[in-house]
Design a protein around this ligand. Structure first.
Ligand code: NAD
Length: 375
């Protein structure tokens, strides 16, 4: 099959969907690979590195797309790019299964589209789990940014000029990003507390050397909802959210850095850090809101800005994984190539096996029909 890798066009998107390592694998599987000139450069990959493993470098995105049967992407093609595509082409990427307009546009263009974020969180899907590979990077980068904005040391230091206290870090939401944020802050010597609605996270938090902030359940209903579904959280009742806000308030005003990562698939992110809490925090404290693209866990955070509220800096940077572009692309490209094993038979012929739960979950549309399962 002819497989194309155009450069990403979204603002701030530095990642690329294939690396020389994965292109080499595709070519060894008898595919032809076409890469747009400069597609990898923001991820520190030169055109030469792609051509050294056998890819053909093509100047224009339009020519990559029109020449190929399958297009590997990081983000969904923008609506104005779809005119370069033709019916029957296959697109694989992080296509955002909850963006109805974008899915409908791809369906109208007659594309067969696979959104990798829709893969189930099962053991078999782990090697192609783009949410995990990218959230892991975001969790790491959140701590790096926090350490940079914070005007004090992270570790406790005893010097001839006196002792410096360790930073106190509060992490809200301990899925993949939150757990990596705990591990990273721990390596820097911070003292960490963390909280999540799912009780299963308590043990994970403690195993990383952090203290779990418990928000008790007061009914079987609360306890039941908190278990989540498929590993994901569900929206909690108002009563529990109020108790959580009070617990977070008490911890946040003693913290130096708060990192929020809480998401609920397909919904606006829950509010965990309220305005009155931010206003009661110490000047010099830092908030990193990783949920900013989904509406934010803090109502004061603003997309791609640092907001200063009485000396508390709230960082609302989007797409933190793209700030670690080379590794983010390397891991993402491996996720993609592992997924492709499911849609090619031994001869390298494309197939859609709807009996395969991962393929069925990721397939958004084909042949002019919407197939999305989880929206
Ligand atoms: P996510 O990005 O959807 O959400 C981040 C975290 O926010 C979650 O831990 C969630 O429970 C939490 N959250 C949501 N609402 C909250 C609230 N009101 N208060 C506090 N916390 C709240 O989650 P994710 O990182 O994608 O991970 C989801 C799950 O998938 C986890 O259980 C993870 O261990 C699991 N997982 C499984 C596999 C696998 O088995 N292959 C792979 C990766 C992740």
């Amino acid at each position: 099959m002819k497989i194309g890798i155009p450069a990403e066009t979204r603002s701030g998107e530095t990642r690329v969907a294939a690396t020389p390592e994965t292109v080499k694998k595709l070519i060894s599987q008898k595919h032809e690979v076409f890469v747009q000139a400069g597609a990898g450069i923001a991820s520190s990959i030169t055109d030469q590195a792609y051509s050294d493993v056998g890819a053909t470098i093509v100047d224009r995105a339009m020519d990559v797309i029109s020449n190929c049967d399958m297009i590997l992407k990081v983000r969904a093609p923008a609506e104005n790019e779809l005119s370069a595509y033709r019916a029957g082409q296959v697109v694989v990427g992080m296509l955002n299964p909850f963006d109805n307009a974008s899915l409908e546009a791809m369906n109208k263009a007659g594309l067969t589209a696979f959104a990798l974020e829709a893969a189930p969180r099962t053991t078999r899907a782990q090697s192609m789990d783009v949410l995990s590979s990218q959230a892991n990077i975001a969790g790491y980068k959140a701590v790096m940014i926090a350490a940079n904005v914070y005007q004090r040391f992270m570790p406790m230091l005893m010097t001839a000029a006196g002792t410096v206290k360790a930073a106190r870090v509060l992490i809200l939401g301990v899925g993949v990003a939150g757990l990596q944020a705990i591990a990273t802050a721990k390596r820097l010597g911070a003292v960490i507390e963390a909280s999540d609605v799912r009780p299963a996270t308590k043990e994970q938090v403690e195993s990383l050397g952090a203290k779990f902030v418990d928000v008790p359940f007061e009914s079987d209903e609360e306890r039941e909802i908190a278990q989540g579904v498929g590993g994901y959280a569900r929206p909690m009742p108002e009563s529990w959210m109020k108790r959580q806000a009070a617990a977070v308030h008490e911890k946040a005003i003693k913290s130096d850095i708060v990192i929020t990562t809480a998401l609920i698939p397909g919904r606006k992110a829950p509010t965990l850090l309220h305005e009155d809490t931010v206003r009661a925090m110490k000047p010099g404290s830092v908030v990193i809101d990783l949920a900013v693209e989904q509406g934010g866990n803090c109502p004061l955070s603003k997309l791609n800005e640092i907001v200063d509220v009485n000396g508390v800096k709230i960082v609302g940077y989007a797409n933190l994984a793209a700030m670690v572009a080379a590794d983010a692309s390397a891991l993402y490209a491996r996720n993609v190539i592992d997924f492709l094993k499911l849609v090619f038979d031994g001869e390298g012929t494309f197939k859609i096996d709807m009996e395969d739960d991962i393929v069925a979950a990721c397939l958004m549309c084909t042949g002019g029909e919407l197939k999305r399962k989880n929206a």
